[in-house]
Design a protein around this ligand. Structure first.
Ligand code: MEV
Length: 412
């Protein structure tokens, strides 16, 4: 499926996607018409709307995650990212693709209690857990009906310059939703009861985006010959160790991982700010900011990549139910649950990291990047679709990639 996808023209790519995901003619039309949201929808979504803003949507190919084939829609403005993910996934496929897991979808809600005078406040909250959870669950009949909803309650004390505070945390199984709204509703809904139990004052009542109960993890094996041989495998491990032991490198290394994660998450309209905030906090969980991936060799000398991070995504509620292209992208992904979506997105992150550090640890990233950059320059200079590749190759060959040179070539 989807061999040489990049060599096809737009119509052929769409034909393949339509067949793969069994898209209806209306869904195909949404893709053909760059079917984002109209102004009326935008005007309802944000304040002071004046228009909409579009981004490229591409498809990463070759992804096998837990033995299932995926074509992954990615929304990103940066050249090379989609090609890099597809190439990495192709190598991972040789050894069975990505093995990923995501075992729970618990959202965390926090209630900040101040002015606590009762030394037994924490114990009192815990002994009223059932009553508090029952009240929280009255706030979402949908989750309750599915046997999901608020499941656990915990308490911690924090000491601040303004004194001690009690933080009550509500753990909510949000199933296939991202769950921010229901979490906030439940936190607000139980705060009066918690105030009564503790004698304190409830101040903030809000979801924590540090979604440590939505961890996704997994691995893939990259064949040493396809990677480029033993030396490159060793260099990739050295590149990982650089990132894992130096924050300046780790931030860039994790940015590369997020290139894949955010692009894949964007296509289904996820809250990517929440994903990024949680990913960076998780990278610093040991007290030092480190790599979100780990790289080593197996006994055959093949490269083994692992990834682990919190990933809060949903397939019900939010933009995915509103944005026409996000809906079509969800259909292309064929994911049946938020957990499956998290697994695919994290696999893309691992693939992206592989390609970035493979390039960096061998020929460098500029060679491939400049080729794509040259295509953009050629297009900007007015090259026709038939001229673009030839002009881009010529500029790369000459080592002269500029709008002026592209204009000369367009005119010649
Ligand atoms: C560029 O968007 C991402 C990289 O800088 C990531 C990395 O350095 O690992 C290539």
């Amino acid at each position: 499926m989807a061999t040489k996808f990049f060599e096809k023209n737009r119509k052929e790519r769409l034909d393949e996607i339509v067949k793969f995901a069994k898209l209806t003619s209306e869904e195909r039309q949404i893709l053909e018409e760059n079917g984002g949201i109209g102004f009326d929808q935008a005007d309802k979504m944000v304040e002071n709307a004046i228009g909409t803003f579009s981004f490229p949507l591409g498809i990463a190919t070759n992804f096998f995650v837990n033995d299932k084939e995926y074509l992954v829609p990615m929304v990103i403005e940066e050249p090379s990212v989609i090609a890099a993910a597809s190439k990495a996934a192709k190598i991972a496929k040789i050894n069975g693709g990505f093995r990923m897991k995501n075992e729970e979808s618990y959202s965390i809600g926090q209630i900040q209690l101040v002015n606590i005078r009762d030394k037994d406040a924490m114990q009192n909250v815990l002994s009223h857990s059932k009553e508090i959870l029952d009240l929280a669950n009255t706030k979402s009949s949908t989750l309750s009906k599915m046997g999901k909803g608020a499941k656990e309650l915990s308490c911690k004390q924090i000491i601040t310059p303004s004194g001690a505070m009690l933080i009550v945390e509500l753990l909510i199984d949000v199933g296939d939703a991202m769950g921010a709204n229901v979490t906030n509703t439940m936190c607000e809904g139980i705060s009066s009861l918690v105030e009564k139990i503790t004698g304190g004052k409830a101040l903030l009542r809000i979801l924590s985006n540090y979604s440590t109960r939505r961890i996704v993890s997994g691995s893939a094996i990259f064949d040493k010959d396809e990677v480029g041989g033993e030396q490159i495998v060793d260099n990739i491990i050295l590149a990982f160790e650089f990132a894992d032991n130096d924050q300046y490198r780790a931030v860039t290394h994790n940015k590369g991982i997020l290139n894949g994660i955010i692009a894949a998450a964007n296509s289904t309209g996820q809250d990517t700010r929440a994903i990024e905030a949680a990913a960076h906090a998780y990278a610093a969980k040991s007290g030092k900011y480190r790599s979100l991936t780990q790289w080593s060799k197996d006994k055959n000398g093949n490269l083994v990549g692992k990834i682990e991070l919190p990933l809060s995504v949903g397939i019900v509620g939010g933009i995915i139910n509103v944005h026409p292209t996000a809906k079509v992208c969800a259909k292309i992904l064929k994911v049946a649950s938020a957990s499956e979506l998290a697994c695919v997105i994290a696999a893309v992150g691992l693939a992206q990291n592989f390609s970035a550090i493979r390039a960096l640890a061998s020929e460098g990233i500029q060679k491939g990047h400049m080729k794509l950059h040259a295509r953009n320059i050629a297009a900007a200079a007015g090259a026709t679709p038939e001229q673009i590749d030839a002009i881009a190759s010529k500029m790369v060959q000459e080592g002269k990639i500029s709008i002026n040179r592209a204009r000369e070539l367009v005119g010649s």
